[in-house]
Structures are given as C-alpha cells and as structure tokens.
Write a protein that binds this ligand. Structure first.
Ligand SMILES: Cc1ncc(COP(=O)(O)O)c(C=O)c1O
Length: 378
C-alpha cells in the first residue's frame, strides 16, 4: 500500500500511515534499536552531519522507527509534520522552550496537569521566559494577560483534572489576532475525538503515554503542526536529547492502530459511569462534558460530534469517606496515569476529588465496581 493521503479516513490512517514502506515488506515497523548508522563513505558522512534530524546518522537526531511514528502522528493530526518525545513533559517543555526562550512570554490556562503548571510557574524564568496564568473560560481575562512580549497561548482543551472544555475556536481566533502561536495539549480528548490543527491551532501536543499508546507500557510525547515550527523544535530536541526511544516509538505505533476503537468504547462506558456517579448520593459535583448539565457540554458536542472521552472526575459529599471509597475499588486499579485499556482511579491534592480513566473492560463490571466503591462514601 502506498502512503495514505489526506483523502483516506481517520481509522485507515491510524493503521497504515508511516508503515507502508518497511524493509522486506515487514507488515509491522521494525524496531531499529541502534545508536548510530554506518556511513558508506565520507561524502555520505558529510551530508549527514549537516542534516542530523533528516537522515539515519545518530538516533538522537533521526531513527527510522521514530520517523514512522512521526509520519503516522502527522497524518492522523492533519498536520504538516510531527515529532515524538520521551514523555509528554519532554514534548511540552521542548516545544515551549523553542517558542519562548530568550525573553518570550507565555499565557497559559490556570488549570493544567500539575507538572506542566509547576514547570511554567517555576522553571522557565531561569530559561529566560515567563508565564502568566489566566482562566481560559473567560476570553477577556486571556486577552488582558497578553503582553507585548507574549509569544504563545497554551492550554489543555479538556482540562486535567476537572474536565473544563475550552472554546477552542474562540481562543485560536484571539491568539491569532494578537500574533501568537496557539499550542493545545489535547491529551484528554485524543485525536480520535478532536484534532485542533483542523480548527487552526498552530501546534498540538500530547502525552502519548496516555490514549495514543493506550496500554500503559511506554512513556512518550508528541507535537504536531506547522512544518517550519516543527523543524525548529526538532533541532532543539536533538540538542536536548528529549526524543523518544525506538522501542517506545514502536509501542506508540502499535497502540495508535486501535485508538479509535478504544476511545469509542471508553466514551460510551464513561458516559454511563459518569451518569451513575451523578445520581449517587455519595457524590457532589461530577465533571464530565458528556453530561448535559456540564458547563462544557455544548462546546464539547460541537467539537467532538457527541463523544466525550473516557475521563471523568467527581467530588465526594463526605470528604472523610474519601479513603473508604478509594480503597474499595476492585476492578478499577488505584493508579495514576490515564488513557489505558485498564480503568484507573486517581486521587488529587484535594480533600474530596477523585478522577477515573475509563478502560475497555465489560461495562457491567465497571458499573458494579463504581457502585460498590461509591456506596462506601455515603
Ligand atoms: C494533560 C497532560 N499533559 C501532559 C502530561 C505529561 O505526560 P507524561 O507523563 O507522558 O510526561 C500529562 C500526564 O499525566 C497530562 O495529563
């Protein structure tokens, strides 16, 4: 099969993109577990050292397995180009450094994954950049936080952990009107639900550890978007050494093939479980954009066409029962991370908040497990 073109459907790209030209017709992409590649002669060597991110020379710059993943990522994100990293944090930090180091300013959402928030609040100053946080559900606040030296708007489209859904198109319009690069962390929605570059975002980043790989075995990250910007980020990635290993790239390549199937199932089960939680006397607020009463429901419906993903979180009416509820899960695993085929429950630095990442188990088993755990919270 030749490389899928933009005409082919999303599921076809998930399976085939990047993996159509393998040696010996290998159906899966070989793992090129090597640090370096032999040079046939000095002329080839001299070409390679001038294009370290474009040809096989040294794996920190280029590796065929990683390149296959990047081709797949670009195709499924409807982006010109993509890069893979050794974690979501590596993708985020390398991308934002490339855009804002040397005196640049970032305006970021005030609800972000905690490590991203801490890095933006504490570490980037030492690197010559700065960040102001704003409530991205309020466009006027975002507008007010933009300064003459601002270069980037950065936000999670579905926020972690309370699943706020932001007005993607309005934020992109605002960012572009002020001359900024709009960078979206789309980890929670995944490209199966939403592809921000199709709405005009300049770059989309992911923790590929989550839905893209899908099986909780590898750490990885990605950025996709405009080719000229990706090239700059790729050069910085080579210098920093934040690229994904060939082994982990293969894990993401395999996982992505079933992304849409998994997310369809996870979205359906999450809607059932979130509705159950909303009716249960143990819970206070249930955060899930699929619930019609949720503040992000209308925007999410417009953007995702009625699938809302596998993530929901809830507060407990009786915070002193939090340990009893958390400790009671038997099928849903008490573990951090998300987007896994296994359902996971996680606790946060809050007296009453729990978050569930819904897996692909039998819905009846998940319903029974959540009900039994919530019954401990009454
Ligand atoms: C929304 C979001 N972005 C980024 C990350 C960081 O990804 P990683 O753990 O792969 O570095 C996470 C991790 O949980 C996340 O939830």
């Amino acid at each position: 099969m030749t490389e899928p073109t933009a005409k082919l459907g999303f599921a076809t790209k998930l399976v085939h993109a990047g993996e159509t030209d393998n040696p010996l017709g290998s159906v899966t992409t070989p793992v090129f577990d090597t640090a370096s590649f032999a040079m046939p002669d000095l002329a080839a060597h001299d070409r390679a050292v001038h294009d370290m991110t474009g040809v096989p020379y040294y794996t920190r710059g280029y590796n065929p397995t990683v390149h296959a993943l990047e081709t797949k990522l670009a195709a499924v994100e409807s982006a010109e180009a993509a890069l893979a990293f050794n974690s979501g944090m590596a993708a985020i930090t390398t991308t934002l450094l490339a855009l804002a180091s040397g005196g640049g300013h970032i305006v970021a959402s005030d609800e972000l994954f905690v490590a991203t928030a801490n890095w933006l609040a504490e570490d980037i100053r030492a690197l010559g950049a700065g960040c102001t946080f704003a409530d991205f559900t309020d466009l006027a606040q975002v507008d007010k936080a933009i300064r003459p030296d601002t270069r980037v708007l950065f936000f999670e489209e579905f926020t972690n952990p309370t699943l706020r859904v932001l007005d993607l198109e309005a934020l992109i319009r605002l960012g572009h009107a002020r001359g900024l690069a709009v960078v979206v962390d789309n980890t929670f929605a995944s490209p199966a639900l939403l592809r921000p570059t199709e709405h005009g975002a300049d770059l989309v980043v992911h923790s590929a550890t989550k839905y893209l790989s899908g099986h909780g075995r590898v750490l990885a990250g990605s950025v996709a978007g405009r080719a000229d910007v990706i090239e700059r980020i790729g050069e910085l990635r080579r210098r920093l050494g934040t690229g994904v290993t060939p082994h982990n790239a293969a894990g993401v390549l395999d996982g992505m093939k079933t992304l849409e199937l998994r997310v369809d199932r996870q979205s359906a089960s999450a809607l059932t479980l979130a509705a159950l939680a909303a009716e249960h006397p143990a819970t206070g607020v249930v955060h899930y954009p699929g619930l019609p009463a949720s503040p992000g429901h209308d925007i999410a419906t417009r953007l995702t066409g009625g699938r809302y993903g596998g993530m929901f979180s809830f507060t407990l009416r009786h915070p002193h029962r939090k340990a009893a509820v958390y400790n009671a899960f038997e099928v849903i695993i008490r573990a951090t991370s998300l987007g896994d085929v296994a359902s996971l429950v996680d606790s946060f630095d809050s007296p009453d908040l729990l978050r569930i990442s819904v897996g692909i188990e039998d819905p009846a088993d998940l319903i029974a497990d959540l009900t039994a755990a919530l019954d401990r919270g009454v």
